[in-house]
Ligand binder design. Sequence first.
Ligand SMILES: [Zn+2]
Length: 300
Amino acid sequence: MKHERATEEIRELAALYALGSLTQHEAHSFEIHMREGCSVCEAEFHKFEHIIAGMGFAVDEAAAPDYVKDLLLARIERENRPAMAAAAPQATIPESKATQTKSDTPPAPPLIFSQPAQKQTSILAWALTALFAIAALFMYFTSKSGQDANNQLLADYSAAKSDLDNLKTLLDVQKTRIGELDQILSITGKPGAKVLRLSGQVPAPAAAGAILWDGVEGKFLAFGVLPPEPEGKVYQLWFLSPTAKIRAGLLKLNLTNRFFVSDLIPRDAANATVAGITLEPDNGSQFPTLPFYAVGRIAD
Ligand SMILES: [Zn+2]
Protein backbone atom coordinates (compact mmCIF):
# COMPACT_ATOMS: atom_id res chain seq x y z
CA MET A 1 0.00 0.00 0.00
CA LYS A 2 1.48 3.31 -1.05
CA HIS A 3 0.91 6.45 1.01
CA GLU A 4 -0.71 9.56 -0.39
CA ARG A 5 0.94 12.01 2.01
CA ALA A 6 3.24 12.05 5.05
CA THR A 7 1.48 11.57 8.39
CA GLU A 8 2.96 11.80 11.88
CA GLU A 9 3.13 8.02 11.91
CA ILE A 10 5.09 7.89 8.66
CA ARG A 11 7.45 10.62 9.82
CA GLU A 12 8.07 8.78 13.07
CA LEU A 13 8.75 5.53 11.24
CA ALA A 14 11.07 7.24 8.74
CA ALA A 15 12.92 9.13 11.50
CA LEU A 16 13.42 6.00 13.58
CA TYR A 17 14.51 4.04 10.54
CA ALA A 18 17.03 6.76 9.63
CA LEU A 19 18.33 6.69 13.21
CA GLY A 20 18.67 2.89 12.99
CA SER A 21 16.27 2.59 15.90
CA LEU A 22 13.59 0.27 14.50
CA THR A 23 13.60 -3.39 15.42
CA GLN A 24 15.01 -5.63 12.73
CA HIS A 25 11.51 -6.73 11.79
CA GLU A 26 10.15 -3.15 11.63
CA ALA A 27 13.15 -1.98 9.62
CA HIS A 28 12.79 -4.85 7.18
CA SER A 29 9.09 -4.12 6.56
CA PHE A 30 9.85 -0.42 6.07
CA GLU A 31 12.58 -1.25 3.55
CA ILE A 32 10.26 -3.56 1.61
CA HIS A 33 7.56 -0.90 1.69
CA MET A 34 9.96 1.71 0.24
CA ARG A 35 11.29 -0.76 -2.32
CA GLU A 36 7.72 -1.37 -3.44
CA GLY A 37 7.71 2.26 -4.50
CA CYS A 38 6.17 4.41 -1.77
CA SER A 39 7.74 7.75 -2.67
CA VAL A 40 6.20 9.47 0.35
CA CYS A 41 7.97 7.22 2.81
CA GLU A 42 11.18 7.32 0.81
CA ALA A 43 11.15 11.12 0.73
CA GLU A 44 10.59 11.26 4.51
CA PHE A 45 13.41 8.79 5.05
CA HIS A 46 15.82 10.82 2.89
CA LYS A 47 14.84 13.99 4.73
CA PHE A 48 15.80 12.49 8.08
CA GLU A 49 18.82 10.76 6.65
CA HIS A 50 20.02 14.15 5.45
CA ILE A 51 19.44 15.78 8.84
CA ILE A 52 21.16 12.98 10.70
CA ALA A 53 24.09 12.91 8.28
CA GLY A 54 24.42 16.68 8.64
CA MET A 55 24.53 16.73 12.44
CA GLY A 56 27.46 18.80 13.63
CA PHE A 57 28.38 19.88 10.11
CA ALA A 58 27.60 23.11 8.36
CA VAL A 59 24.73 22.33 6.00
CA ASP A 60 23.39 25.19 3.98
CA GLU A 61 19.70 24.44 3.82
CA ALA A 62 18.35 23.09 7.10
CA ALA A 63 14.74 23.25 8.22
CA ALA A 64 14.59 22.53 11.92
CA PRO A 65 11.91 19.86 12.40
CA ASP A 66 10.65 20.60 15.91
CA TYR A 67 8.37 17.62 15.77
CA VAL A 68 11.31 15.22 15.57
CA LYS A 69 12.19 15.99 19.16
CA ASP A 70 8.55 15.74 20.21
CA LEU A 71 7.93 12.43 18.56
CA LEU A 72 11.15 10.97 19.90
CA LEU A 73 10.22 12.06 23.41
CA ALA A 74 6.72 10.68 22.97
CA ARG A 75 8.11 7.36 21.82
CA ILE A 76 10.51 7.13 24.78
CA GLU A 77 7.66 7.83 27.14
CA ARG A 78 5.44 5.25 25.45
CA GLU A 79 8.16 2.59 25.40
CA ASN A 80 9.20 3.25 28.97
CA ARG A 81 5.74 3.18 30.51
CA PRO A 82 5.14 -0.60 30.23
CA ALA A 83 8.79 -1.25 31.01
CA MET A 84 8.63 0.75 34.25
CA ALA A 85 5.34 -0.82 35.23
CA ALA A 86 6.63 -4.32 34.64
CA ALA A 87 9.91 -3.57 36.35
CA ALA A 88 8.45 -2.03 39.50
CA PRO A 89 7.64 -5.21 41.42
CA GLN A 90 10.96 -6.72 40.34
CA ALA A 91 13.02 -3.79 41.63
CA THR A 92 14.35 -5.82 44.59
CA ILE A 93 15.70 -8.78 42.61
CA PRO A 94 18.54 -10.40 44.53
CA GLU A 95 22.02 -9.70 43.20
CA SER A 96 22.72 -13.40 42.56
CA LYS A 97 19.70 -13.79 40.30
CA ALA A 98 20.61 -10.64 38.39
CA THR A 99 24.02 -12.05 37.46
CA GLN A 100 22.72 -15.46 36.38
CA THR A 101 22.25 -14.48 32.73
CA LYS A 102 25.65 -12.78 32.51
CA SER A 103 27.13 -15.56 30.35
CA ASP A 104 24.80 -15.17 27.34
CA THR A 105 23.63 -11.50 27.48
CA PRO A 106 25.40 -8.30 28.50
CA PRO A 107 24.49 -6.97 31.97
CA ALA A 108 21.39 -4.79 31.89
CA PRO A 109 20.19 -2.22 34.44
CA PRO A 110 17.97 -3.91 37.09
CA LEU A 111 14.97 -1.69 36.20
CA ILE A 112 14.31 -3.45 32.90
CA PHE A 113 15.81 -6.76 33.89
CA SER A 114 12.44 -8.52 33.88
CA GLN A 115 11.85 -7.77 30.19
CA PRO A 116 12.67 -10.40 27.57
CA ALA A 117 16.34 -10.07 26.67
CA GLN A 118 15.82 -8.97 23.06
CA LYS A 119 13.22 -6.34 24.01
CA GLN A 120 15.49 -4.92 26.75
CA THR A 121 18.42 -4.44 24.44
CA SER A 122 16.18 -2.93 21.81
CA ILE A 123 14.63 -0.40 24.19
CA LEU A 124 17.91 0.50 25.84
CA ALA A 125 19.69 0.92 22.52
CA TRP A 126 16.75 2.85 21.22
CA ALA A 127 16.59 5.17 24.22
CA LEU A 128 20.34 5.85 24.05
CA THR A 129 20.21 6.48 20.31
CA ALA A 130 17.21 8.75 20.72
CA LEU A 131 18.81 10.71 23.59
CA PHE A 132 21.99 11.08 21.60
CA ALA A 133 20.03 12.16 18.54
CA ILE A 134 18.04 14.73 20.52
CA ALA A 135 21.21 16.15 22.06
CA ALA A 136 22.94 16.25 18.69
CA LEU A 137 19.95 17.80 16.96
CA PHE A 138 19.61 20.37 19.72
CA MET A 139 23.28 21.32 19.58
CA TYR A 140 23.26 21.37 15.82
CA PHE A 141 20.26 23.64 15.49
CA THR A 142 21.32 25.85 18.40
CA SER A 143 24.77 26.46 16.93
CA LYS A 144 23.26 26.75 13.46
CA SER A 145 20.77 29.44 14.49
CA GLY A 146 23.45 31.22 16.53
CA GLN A 147 25.67 31.24 13.50
CA ASP A 148 22.81 32.49 11.31
CA ALA A 149 22.10 35.31 13.77
CA ASN A 150 25.77 36.27 13.79
CA ASN A 151 25.94 36.25 10.01
CA GLN A 152 22.78 38.38 9.86
CA LEU A 153 24.27 40.88 12.33
CA LEU A 154 27.47 41.06 10.32
CA ALA A 155 25.54 41.57 7.09
CA ASP A 156 23.39 44.30 8.69
CA TYR A 157 26.50 45.97 10.07
CA SER A 158 28.39 46.03 6.80
CA ALA A 159 25.28 47.20 4.91
CA ALA A 160 24.86 50.08 7.39
CA LYS A 161 28.55 50.90 7.16
CA SER A 162 28.46 50.97 3.37
CA ASP A 163 25.35 53.21 3.48
CA LEU A 164 27.22 55.57 5.80
CA ASP A 165 30.30 55.56 3.57
CA ASN A 166 28.11 56.39 0.57
CA LEU A 167 26.47 59.24 2.49
CA LYS A 168 29.88 60.60 3.50
CA THR A 169 31.06 60.49 -0.10
CA LEU A 170 27.88 62.20 -1.24
CA LEU A 171 28.29 64.85 1.45
CA ASP A 172 31.92 65.43 0.44
CA VAL A 173 30.86 65.85 -3.18
CA GLN A 174 28.16 68.34 -2.16
CA LYS A 175 30.59 70.28 0.06
CA THR A 176 33.09 70.45 -2.80
CA ARG A 177 30.39 71.67 -5.18
CA ILE A 178 29.22 74.34 -2.75
CA GLY A 179 32.84 75.44 -2.29
CA GLU A 180 33.28 75.62 -6.06
CA LEU A 181 30.06 77.56 -6.48
CA ASP A 182 31.17 80.04 -3.80
CA GLN A 183 34.42 80.62 -5.70
CA ILE A 184 32.56 81.07 -9.00
CA LEU A 185 30.14 83.55 -7.41
CA SER A 186 32.89 85.50 -5.70
CA ILE A 187 34.74 86.01 -9.01
CA THR A 188 31.72 86.69 -11.23
CA GLY A 189 30.52 89.33 -8.78
CA LYS A 190 33.72 91.33 -9.15
CA PRO A 191 33.89 94.40 -11.40
CA GLY A 192 36.14 93.79 -14.40
CA ALA A 193 35.86 89.99 -14.23
CA LYS A 194 35.62 88.22 -17.58
CA VAL A 195 33.99 84.92 -18.42
CA LEU A 196 35.38 82.98 -21.34
CA ARG A 197 33.88 79.85 -22.75
CA LEU A 198 36.06 76.81 -23.52
CA SER A 199 34.88 74.92 -26.64
CA GLY A 200 35.78 71.33 -27.49
CA GLN A 201 38.08 70.91 -30.48
CA VAL A 202 38.50 68.07 -33.02
CA PRO A 203 39.99 65.45 -30.61
CA ALA A 204 37.29 66.17 -27.99
CA PRO A 205 34.15 67.72 -29.52
CA ALA A 206 32.17 67.09 -26.32
CA ALA A 207 34.66 68.95 -24.13
CA ALA A 208 33.24 72.09 -22.51
CA GLY A 209 34.13 74.53 -19.78
CA ALA A 210 34.76 78.10 -18.78
CA ILE A 211 37.46 80.31 -17.34
CA LEU A 212 36.64 83.16 -14.97
CA TRP A 213 39.31 85.77 -15.38
CA ASP A 214 39.83 88.26 -12.57
CA GLY A 215 42.47 90.57 -14.00
CA VAL A 216 42.17 92.98 -11.03
CA GLU A 217 43.00 90.38 -8.35
CA GLY A 218 45.25 88.46 -10.77
CA LYS A 219 43.32 85.19 -10.26
CA PHE A 220 41.59 82.80 -12.56
CA LEU A 221 39.21 79.89 -12.15
CA ALA A 222 38.88 77.13 -14.75
CA PHE A 223 36.27 74.39 -14.75
CA GLY A 224 34.71 72.01 -17.23
CA VAL A 225 34.46 68.48 -18.50
CA LEU A 226 36.90 66.55 -20.73
CA PRO A 227 37.17 62.98 -22.06
CA PRO A 228 38.90 60.68 -19.53
CA GLU A 229 42.66 61.08 -19.85
CA PRO A 230 44.60 58.02 -21.15
CA GLU A 231 46.89 56.19 -18.71
CA GLY A 232 50.06 58.21 -18.06
CA LYS A 233 48.67 61.43 -19.54
CA VAL A 234 47.33 64.64 -18.03
CA TYR A 235 45.52 67.71 -19.35
CA GLN A 236 47.39 70.99 -19.14
CA LEU A 237 46.07 74.56 -19.40
CA TRP A 238 47.88 77.22 -21.41
CA PHE A 239 47.49 80.97 -21.86
CA LEU A 240 48.62 82.14 -25.26
CA SER A 241 49.66 85.63 -26.25
CA PRO A 242 50.88 86.59 -29.75
CA THR A 243 54.43 86.15 -28.49
CA ALA A 244 54.32 83.44 -25.82
CA LYS A 245 52.81 80.14 -24.71
CA ILE A 246 52.45 80.28 -20.93
CA ARG A 247 51.98 77.22 -18.70
CA ALA A 248 49.01 77.52 -16.36
CA GLY A 249 48.86 74.26 -14.46
CA LEU A 250 47.56 70.73 -14.79
CA LEU A 251 43.87 69.85 -14.93
CA LYS A 252 43.22 66.67 -12.94
CA LEU A 253 39.83 65.10 -13.72
CA ASN A 254 37.61 63.80 -10.93
CA LEU A 255 35.52 60.61 -11.15
CA THR A 256 32.96 62.33 -13.37
CA ASN A 257 35.70 63.65 -15.71
CA ARG A 258 35.34 67.21 -14.42
CA PHE A 259 38.07 69.63 -13.47
CA PHE A 260 37.99 72.69 -11.24
CA VAL A 261 41.16 74.74 -10.84
CA SER A 262 41.70 78.02 -9.07
CA ASP A 263 45.09 79.71 -9.39
CA LEU A 264 46.99 82.96 -9.86
CA ILE A 265 47.26 84.35 -13.39
CA PRO A 266 50.93 83.90 -14.38
CA ARG A 267 52.66 87.30 -14.52
CA ASP A 268 53.52 87.09 -18.23
CA ALA A 269 49.96 85.96 -19.12
CA ALA A 270 48.41 89.35 -18.31
CA ASN A 271 47.98 90.14 -22.00
CA ALA A 272 47.13 86.60 -23.15
CA THR A 273 44.37 86.46 -25.77
CA VAL A 274 43.60 82.72 -25.90
CA ALA A 275 43.35 79.86 -23.37
CA GLY A 276 43.86 76.29 -24.52
CA ILE A 277 43.96 72.75 -23.10
CA THR A 278 46.32 70.02 -24.36
CA LEU A 279 47.02 66.42 -23.40
CA GLU A 280 50.56 66.04 -22.02
CA PRO A 281 52.77 63.36 -20.44
CA ASP A 282 52.12 62.72 -16.74
CA ASN A 283 54.01 65.68 -15.22
CA GLY A 284 53.10 68.25 -17.85
CA SER A 285 55.24 69.90 -20.51
CA GLN A 286 57.22 73.11 -21.02
CA PHE A 287 55.49 73.69 -24.39
CA PRO A 288 52.04 72.60 -25.51
CA THR A 289 51.80 69.33 -27.44
CA LEU A 290 49.25 69.90 -30.19
CA PRO A 291 46.40 69.44 -30.89
CA PHE A 292 44.30 71.50 -28.51
CA TYR A 293 41.40 69.66 -26.88
CA ALA A 294 39.54 72.85 -25.90
CA VAL A 295 40.06 76.51 -26.67
CA GLY A 296 38.59 79.82 -25.50
CA ARG A 297 39.21 83.50 -26.29
CA ILE A 298 40.29 85.70 -23.37
CA ALA A 299 40.25 89.03 -25.19
CA ASP A 300 38.29 90.25 -28.21
ZN1 LIG B 1 4.60 4.71 2.55
